[in-house]
Design a protein around this ligand. Structure first.
Ligand SMILES: C[S@@+](CC[C@H](N)C(=O)[O-])C[C@H]1O[C@@H](n2cnc3c(N)ncnc32)[C@H](O)[C@@H]1O
Length: 274
């Protein structure tokens, strides 16, 4: 079989396994195998068995970068580049401080560090596998900062209190009962704790709202991703920020089908009365 026939066979195999973007995936698998036929067969076998492509090849494209990933760590979604874009609008051009809470691979922190000069990134995740991957990604992209293991802000040094420009937190926000409706790739391969946000999906967001004001500098913002307006999560997250005295704002991006909800601390560090 010539190379063209091999490529066509690979595309047909992937298509038969239900891969919608079979052509593109074939190209990614061939590149990852680097000319090793046995390796290509192994990678293709894993993909055909239903493992997400990103786990199979060990990287995910995010905001123009190749971010390293390993099985068991949440796969960054393209819609989350909206959170990155909104966060960048609230960071200073140089010398900002960012908290990436629920960091997974650390993709948000890396993307923002590539957009903003001398950004210091503190990334936190509760899962040690994610922390290890985030640590490697921060180092690979030469990002100033640290990856910490723990619950939301708990592991952060207290010297950061009152000094953070932006908290960007893509925390789990799928309502528990709706996890069963997620695409099989995610449901069967990403740990439940990476997506399950409790009864209405906002358990983590409410806990974060209570903690955020103590870490923000005057005028700083906390920013989360939620479901769209049809879920009501956007308005409820905005309410959670308002309830702790932060000024809420909801930002939609239709092209990406993405919703970001932010809460801003007053420019003199004051909290607003409800
Ligand atoms: C939806 S994933 C997002 C990961 C990453 N921010 C991204 O956008 O690719 C949520 C992440 O939050 C982490 N997480 C869940 N509960 C947490 C908690 N209480 N404290 C810190 N991280 C948590 C999960 O392990 C998971 O990596």
């Amino acid at each position: 079989m010539g190379p063209t026939d091999q490529h066509s066979t690979l595309v047909a195999t992937l298509r038969a396994a239900g891969c919608v973007f079979a052509e593109e995936e074939a190209g990614v698998l061939v590149e990852a195998a680097a000319g090793d036929a046995a390796r290509l067969a192994e990678l293709t076998g894993r993909r055909v068995a239903g493992e997400p492509l990103e786990y199979v090849v060990g990287w995910v494209a995010f905001d123009g970068h190749r971010i390293r990933i390993e099985p068991g760590v949440f796969i960054p979604r393209q819609r989350t580049t909206w959170l990155v874009e909104v966060a960048a609008q609230h960071l200073p051009g140089t010398g900002g401080t960012l908290l990436d809470l629920g960091c997974g691979t650390g993709a948000i922190g890396v993307a923002l560090a590539r957009r903003c000069c001398d950004l210091v990134v503190h990334a936190v995740d509760i899962d040690p596998r994610a922390v290890a991957v985030a640590r490697r990604n921060l180092a690979a992209f030469d990002v100033h900062g640290h990856a910490h293991r723990g619950d939301l802000t708990a592991p952060l040094p207290t010297t950061l209190r009152g000094r953070v420009h932006v908290i960007a937190a893509n925390l789990p926000y799928v309502p528990s009962t709706e996890r069963a409706l997620m695409p099989a790739d995610s449901r069967d391969h990403e740990p439940p704790a990476t997506t399950d946000g409790g009864a209405d999906g906002l358990d983590h967001v409410r806990r974060l709202a209570a903690q955020a004001p103590g870490w923000l500098r005057p005028g700083g913002v906390v920013l989360v991703e939620t479901g769209d307006a049809s879920t009501g999560q956007d308005a409820r997250a905005a309410d959670a920020f308002a309830a702790v005295g932060l000024q809420p704002e909801i930002r939609y991006d239709e092209a990406r089908g993405a919703t970001a909800v932010l809460g801003r601390l007053g420019s003199h560090g004051e909290l607003r009365a409800r």
